[in-house]
Design a protein around this ligand. Sequence first.
Ligand SMILES: Cc1ncc(COP(=O)(O)O)c(C=O)c1O
Length: 434
Amino acid sequence: MALRERTATDAVVQARERYVAAGVATPPLVVARAEGARLEDVDGRTYIDFAGGLGCQNAGHGLPTAVAAIHEQVDRYLHQCFMVGMYEPYVEVCRRLAELSPCRGDDQKSILLNSGAEAVENAVKIARVATGRPGVVVFDRSFHGRTLLAMTMTSKVVPYKRGFGPFAPEVYRAPAPYPYRGVSTDDAMHGLEALFKSEVDPEAVACVVLEPVQGEGGFIPMPRDFPPRLRELCDRHGILYVDDEVQSGVGRTGPLWAMEHYGVEPDLLVSGKSLGGGLPLAGVTGRSEVVDSVGPGGLGGTFGGNPVACAAAVAVLDEVVTDSFQRRARELGERIQQALESLAERIGAVGEVRGLGPMQALELVEDRATKVPAGELASATAAAARERGLVLLSCGLYGNVIRILVPLVIGDEDLQRGLELLEESLVEASSASA
Ligand SMILES: Cc1ncc(COP(=O)(O)O)c(C=O)c1O
């Protein structure tokens, strides 16, 4: 058998195995360049990107206005630490977040952080001080990050929690609606009421934290009536509603925030991922009465709201709120949904097509009647897709959901080709597993 030549990818993969912690899961893809919704690897192979750096490139790899703002900022200064010397880009991001916030109140303020997990933790800190209560209510299948409190709030044991305890106290989990698997809004509301009877006094709960579309948990959009009913329950008990839009925000579902689909005003918004246009940036936004309950020095961090990331974020937010961006996002959402529904007619392993706007997914099952999750099929599909030149991600408690996080600047031809590659990969993986 002829020996395959060692590629540039092989060299990096080998070095990665030697020097990088095994705990970071990596596919054998080594990126050399990226633009829009396309990647090129170190061996010159090109890929259509349906992953967008895990939802961080909603406005496309290398959004020109963000790249220009980054270059300009790099030439001025890189880092000050906002607690040492203030700078305008930080204030500008907070100004835009205030103007664009879905939250209750007309005097919004923000703190900027480095990651979604850090922002989630800061939202909880703020909620606890604002209410004087310790409890945090989260939901089945939620993902809020990997730091201690955020990991405690996250709901998947392997790989996120096993061996990492003890976990943070005062975190309580309630059912979340999941219509495909028989959990309705009523069931979830009853679950919350039961939690308040059996586990925690609602008067001791600072906040509930909910993703409007559960991301890592399986791309499960909350039914239309769940956020309003949760809002009403929060108001009844003086609980703050924290809207975790780290994955669903910054245009991912069409409008700037997924919560706009529901017409509900949360108390605190957590943003991240695409906010920095590819640089690490996250935020917590809410009315001043809540956010300013924490005194000076209680919030912060060395790098949070780095000036270069903030310069990029101003450009990203300016882009994502334009009519043209949002129109295109809606159009992409419709096309992706139609394509996935038509694929589901041909492939029996698709249990459900679901999503909100262009945040769409396929839940794969071994059998439509039993709905047994087909996790291996999803990972085999992603591997087959990579071989064909499509970057695809799975998600879900059982890893059996194929999710689409395509940069929302993709052209029609690439979208069409990407969807064809997805189908071919699913067919190949299904026949291999049959
Ligand atoms: C909804 C949600 N919240 C929080 C996080 C954590 O963000 P980060 O990985 O930036 O810490 C994520 C990451 O996927 C997320 O999807």
